[in-house]
Design a protein around this ligand. Structure first.
Ligand SMILES: [Zn+2]
Ligand SMILES: [Zn+2]
Length: 292
């Protein structure tokens, strides 16, 4: 049962970033990526999450959202002056503000002293937004289907690349051009990581752009053959839908690390490992990482 302890963090080292967190359906989900200064969802707020400045909430369910106020309070309590940026669906922003205000009043804070975190309400499909404390990173929100309004997030990394017309030009000459004021580079935003909280399997096809990300973190709540109808009823993804999506998209899947998370409590750790190993098409099996 140790795999159900939400404060025992799983760490996955994926090339240049580290995922550290926990995700079991109904208990809690939070995934920290310190190198990008981001944390996705906040079903728990361990001390390790406090220095992280950008928090992304996918949806309002308690196992994904309930510790956001705790993160905000604890940061102030330990003296972190800089306010964290809390990104969430615009559809739930006012509701969350009300929740924070109600909690403050419940704790006896006088009305005039009640404040709320710095919420950034995101609208699905809108332009990407800069992360306030990381000028090299932006976020793009996209809609996914769950039982309540829910967003997926792609973190984009701004890169500078040499313009095609200067390809093959020797370095010293490029340096000379730059010195004379010629703009030899252009900027491009490349996906670094994509995170989805909870969604139905169809969202993985409708939002096929997610498979351009080198790292995709998705839910696989139900794993066992025969549980497909249950997954659909609860508006969660079944492993077979991930398998089918990968089969169908084939070479279009550029993702190097497909991280599965948010398993139902009904499975033991060994069952999760065995079912995820057998349920994914062989050609994609070495790209699967299990956050457990
Ligand atoms: Zn959930
Ligand atoms: Zn949910």
């Amino acid at each position: 049962m140790e795999h159900l302890n939400a404060l025992r963090q799983i760490t996955l080292a994926l090339d240049r970033v580290t995922l550290a967190g926990f995700s079991i359906s109904g208990l809690a989900t939070y995934i920290q990526i310190p190198e990008l200064d981001v944390c996705f969802d906040m079903g728990e707020a361990p001390l390790s999450s406090l220095p992280i400045n950008h928090i992304f909430l996918t949806h309002a369910h308690g196992d994904h959202a309930r510790c956001l106020p705790r993160h905000w309070h604890l940061r102030r309590m330990i003296g972190i002056a800089r306010p964290a940026a809390y990104f969430l669906p615009e559809a739930i922003r006012a509701g969350f503000e009300g929740l924070v205000q109600a909690e403050a009043r419940f704790e006896g804070v006088p009305d005039e002293a009640v404040t709320v975190p710095d919420f950034y309400g995101l609208v699905p499909g809108a332009d990407s937004v800069a992360l306030p404390y990381r000028k090299d990173l932006r976020v793009r929100a996209f809609p996914v289907t769950h039982s309540v309004p829910s967003l997926g997030y792609t973190i984009l990394s701004r890169k500078r690349k040499l313009k095609a017309e200067y390809a093959g030009v020797p370095g010293p000459e490029i340096a000379k051009l730059r010195a004379s004021g010629v703009e030899v580079q252009y900027e491009i935003d490349e996906p670094a990581v994509t995170f989805i909280g909870d969604c139905i399997g169809a969202s993985l096809v409708e939002q096929a752009h997610i498979w351009d990300s080198p790292i995709v973190i998705i839910e696989a709540t139900f794993l066992e053959p025969g549980e497909e109808a249950l997954a659909a009823k609860k508006q969660h993804t079944h492993l077979s839908e991930i398998a089918r999506t990968l089969e169908e998209l084939g070479d279009r899947v550029a993702t190097k690390h497909i991280v599965l998370k948010h398993f139902s409590m009904r499975y033991s750790r060994d069952e999760v490992m065995a079912l995820t190993a057998s349920g994914i098409p062989e050609r994609f099996r070495d790209r699967i990482r299990v956050l457990l």
